[in-house]
Design a protein around this ligand. Sequence first.
Ligand code: FDA
Ligand code: NAD
Length: 426
Amino acid sequence: MGRAFVYVILGGGVAAGYAALEFTRKGVSPGELCIISEEPVAPYERPALSKGFLLPESPARLPSFHTCVGANEERLTPKWYKEHGIELVLGTRVKSVDVRRKKLLTATGETISYKILLIATGARALKLEEFGVDGSEAENVCYLRDLADANGLVNVMQSCSSGNAVVIGGGYIGMECAASLAINKINVTLVFPEVHCMARLFTPKIASYYEEYYQSKGVKFVKGTVLTSFEFDSSGKVMAVNLRDGSQLPADLVVVGIGIRPNTSLFEGQLTLEKGGIKVNGKMQTSNDSVYAVGDVAAFPVKLFGETRRLEHVDSARKSAKHAVAAIMEPKKSGEFDYLPFFYSRVFGLSWQFYGDNVGEAVHFGDYSSGTFGAYWISKGHLVGSFLEGGTKEEYEAIAKATSLKPPVEDLAELGRQGLNFALTI
Ligand code: FDA
Ligand code: NAD
């Protein structure tokens, strides 16, 4: 025995919240839709966890950042789901799925069946143990993927005021957490193996601007090395980290942000996988007609680049969810997902946006000492990517539009001279 729904969303993160809103807009009836989530709370805007949630004054707390406030849409509180007849099955892990029989089995032993399944299982944080370092279980070693992690980080942070934090990883989590910790007056050292921060996206010139800015806020950088082991006190707390270069850093708190892995394991051997994610077509439909996948876990065709990509960003989670629901509810009307990749970050008083792809040759523009600057990426004679720090709404819209048009660019020096004007006048 078990319950049956027409539509089941597996996972209760960003994509799930935006999908639920779209389901109601497309006319789902009460009792038809269910969301199953391992997390004990209704879907929320995950980006808040490394920003507003960690602020020392008036930190963001639920219910203020439930989806879909991040896109200036309605805030979907548990009451909203109730009023719309959407079943929220929270604090419940799905432990197996049979896509042939259209059934899910939860860790509590319940079987839930569906006609259409929307996979929105997101990703998990990579653990240090996967890189051969033990110690993730120590109470002052923090990861940051969900609300429980964020609460844990806040507790440790509050217990070590003016203490030392070592942040492992120079990507998004590392950079945003380092800034938040510095704002909390903690001494931060950021350690990563690359030659500069945000190596997946930034050029050395862009990175040097942020590194200098962070240094002006007291953050130290140890680059080109990795953590090899921890020193523990008698209670099992980490006291220091040992680095491959032979140095040791004292640590009251360690934050680890060394990348993620999409949560695909329930579907291995049942659905086609690609690029580490679940492969979908332009309607976000997997290799099984009754199963769709969205958000961090989905590898989808990015028309603009003519190839399949898996993106790990909130805008893609929101828009892919919306697109999948439209494809499910109005299959004849809905076209192929046509998505312009968009990433952003906000730290200290800084704010940048990036659109498109960072391949080919980078052309920097603007005054890197003034706080408004950027870069374009040119590949095969066309503009394919744009980055801008400190822009206005109109300027960000202009670089987004320019990137989506993929205009031809012949003279890179001239493009650099035109800078933002190139996008503003296109
Ligand atoms: P998401 O991870 O949000 O949700 C997955 C859900 O599935 C979770 O609720 C999980 O518990 C559940 N689940 C997984 N397996 C399950 C199972 N077997 N049974 C039941 N439930 C299961 N992006 C950006 O563009 N700008 C930003 O500023 C930030 N900032 C940011 C900060 C932090 C701290 C993080 C961790 C991430 C960001 N991101 C971001 C990335 C962004 O949050 C991310 O791309 C989206 O949350 C992806 O949404 P999904 O719904 O795909 O996964
Ligand atoms: P990431 O991929 O951005 O960065 C991983 C970093 O780990 C690398 O930059 C590297 O410096 C480091 N690293 C790799 N191997 C290492 C090792 N052995 N030892 C030490 N460092 C090592 O991943 P993340 O920062 O963990 O972020 C996790 C997820 O959260 C990503 O999907 C990211 O997109 C998302 N996120 C996004 C934002 C945003 O878009 N503003 C903000 C926060 C988190």
